[in-house]
Design a protein around this ligand. Structure first.
Ligand SMILES: Nc1nc2c(c(=O)[nH]1)N[C@H]1C(S)=C(S)[C@@H](COP(=O)(O)O)O[C@H]1N2
Ligand SMILES: [Mo]
Length: 510
């Protein structure tokens, strides 16, 4: 190895030790001390809205994996480069590690619920990283300022490489070990498994099989928990047990209330099917899912607090500091918005908000569907903002009337003769009255509709067509909601309040 390569490796090894030690020590300090999550979350928070949007569109649910890889690669690159300039007089590499450590401490302290003790792992990790870099570049192994160890002192050079590799391995081991250990010690999987959903007082109407059109492979009317889209800013899924959960209701209320999980027992348990949609869902996208939610009416929980007449927003906050601003009426009117604890007959999956989340029919998730929710503040739209609003998204996010073609897929080849196409349409809180389909810019023709389950759920549709003319074709779809409004054909992007336009798919008859 050349001296430069050796120093670069030393930098990477030192960074690995710093990160590894920090990660391992964080196990003993709890989740708030996890610098890795804190830094990643800070990066997410500091990333400009359009870049976040690009990441969601490009990487979908893998956006956070991409972020983690990017951050680790950047740390390694900075460590490798800065370590080249490390010398006794100008400890540039050490300075870089100290700066990174300070940034880590700042990130830790910026997280909800963190206190000063939570920076201890990062401080110790930083000190270890600097010590390793000083050691590896001290000349102890190479007799600096002697000649290039690789050519003139092969044994010493080899010894340096081995020591460097040893530190690199130790860093990786403590890092991975720490991450695994903290996962094991904080996981709420056991708590979740032990949770028996409360007995339902007001069950959802049964789902008739006729909601599902026949003869075409469409998504199932009820989305399995495992297939349900997931969108959130959480870099590691918050692990909040029922015993640690509390919901504080405060702000413009007569009485502040804090519910413990067991306190929910006195409220009526309802079950309701609601289709959730993400505002970042592009036309034709799949950030939408339909589930049976079990839980409590938010209205009932709020009633005990006594809402002031001039409050028009409920600002909900999650354990990890995400916020959403919903109109008070959406949480209190007869749409029965839920504090959900169950999803399709199971306790909420951890990544979908265990132990409790909001589900608000008719509003995009970013202004309503707070997962791991712990706080409801009664306030006003002219005083408070949810997480996404200052990033360029609308303060209010009613779901737009939309529809999607699932069959055919783009570019699909269709044989001559009878074929059935189909998809989904949604206009939560208004309901879908009709769906129309257009082939090759022809006339709009009515599609066959699956049975209407409820205004708050999507509606599946199908369309029988005779494929005669071979060659390329297109199919477009548009829905009409129960107010009589026809889905607009004006194309708009997802920012600021949800995409519009007709989903059009190209296919081939042969
Ligand atoms: N705590 C928290 N809750 C959140 C979010 C978040 O980032 N953090 N994202 C919201 C958004 S944008 C959407 S679309 C829905 C998605 O819910 P799901 O992941 O269960 O499908 O969660 C909402 N609730
Ligand atoms: Mo979303």
């Amino acid at each position: 190895m050349t001296a430069r390569g050796g120093k670069a490796m030393a930098g990477v090894a030192a960074a690995a030790v710093a990160l590894g030690v920090t990660q391992l020590l964080a196990v003993f300090f709890g989740p708030e001390a996890d610098a890795r999550t804190a830094v990643g979350s800070a990066v997410i928070d500091l990333t400009p809205g359009p870049v976040k949007e690009w990441a969601i569109q490009t990487f979908g649910t893998a956006d956070k994996l991409f972020l983690s890889i990017l951050v680790v690669a950047m740390i390694a690159a900075i460590a490798a480069v800065s370590a080249q300039y490390e010398s006794r007089r100008f400890p540039i590499g050490s300075a870089a590690i100290v700066l990174a450590g300070l940034a880590g401490c700042a990130a830790v302290l910026s997280r909800a619920g963190a206190n000063v003790a939570d920076i201890v792992p990062t401080v110790i990790g930083t000190v270890c990283g600097v010590a390793v870099l000083r050691l590896l570049t001290s000349g102890r192994f190479t007799d600096e300022p002697g000649p290039d160890p690789a050519t003139d002192a092969p044994d010493r050079g080899r010894r340096l490489s081995l020591v460097t590799l040893g530190f690199l391995g130790a860093g990786a081991l403590t890092g991975v070990g720490g991450a695994v250990l903290s996962r094991l010690t904080t996981s709420v999987a056991g708590d979740r498994n032990a949770f028996a959903l409360p007995k339902i007082d007001v069950a959802a109407p049964a789902v008739p099989p006729t909601v599902q059109p026949q003869g075409v492979a469409l998504p199932s009317f009820v989305t399995n928990n495992g297939d349900f889209y997931r969108i959130d800013t959480a870099l590691s899924v918050p692990q909040l047990s029922r015993a640690d959960w509390e919901l504080k209701i405060h702000g413009m209320v007569d009485r502040e209330i804090t519910y413990r999980f067991d306190d929910l027992e006195r409220f009526e348990v309802i079950e309701k099917l609601v289709t959730l949609t993400c505002v970042s869902n592009p036309v034709g996208g799949d950030l939408i899912g339909n589930a049976a939610w079990t839980g409590y009416r938010v209205r009932d929980l709020l009633a005990e607090a006594g809402i002031h007449a001039d409050a028009d927003m409920v600002l909900s906050t999650s354990i990890d500091g995400f916020t959403a601003g919903s109109p008070v009426e959406a949480l209190t009117d007869d749409r029965d918005s839920l504090l959900a604890v169950g999803m399709n007959g199971q306790p909420l999956p951890t990544e979908h908000g265990y132990p409790a989340r909001l589900v608000v029919p008719g509003l995009y998730g970013y202004v309503s569907a707070t997962k791991w929710v712990v706080d409801l503040e009664l306030t006003r739209f002219d005083r408070a903002q949810g997480y996404w609003t200052p990033l360029g998204w609308s303060a209010r996010g009613p779901i737009k009337t939309q529809s999607r073609i699932d069959v055919p897929r783009s570019g699909q080849e269709v044989a001559q003769g009878a074929v059935t196409f189909g998809g989904v349409a949604w206009a939560q809180n208004r309901g879908v009255r009709g769906v129309e389909v257009r082939i090759d810019e022809g006339d709009w023709q009515p599609a066959d509709l699956g049975a209407n389950y409820a205004d708050d759920t999507w509606r599946l549709w199908s369309f029988k067509w005779q494929a005669t003319k071979s060659g390329p074709h297109t199919i477009s779809v548009r829905a009409t909601d129960n107010t009589g409004a026809v889905q607009t054909g004006d194309n708009a992007g997802v920012i600021p309040d949800g995409a519009t336009g007709w989903h059009t798919v190209s296919f081939e008859v042969n």
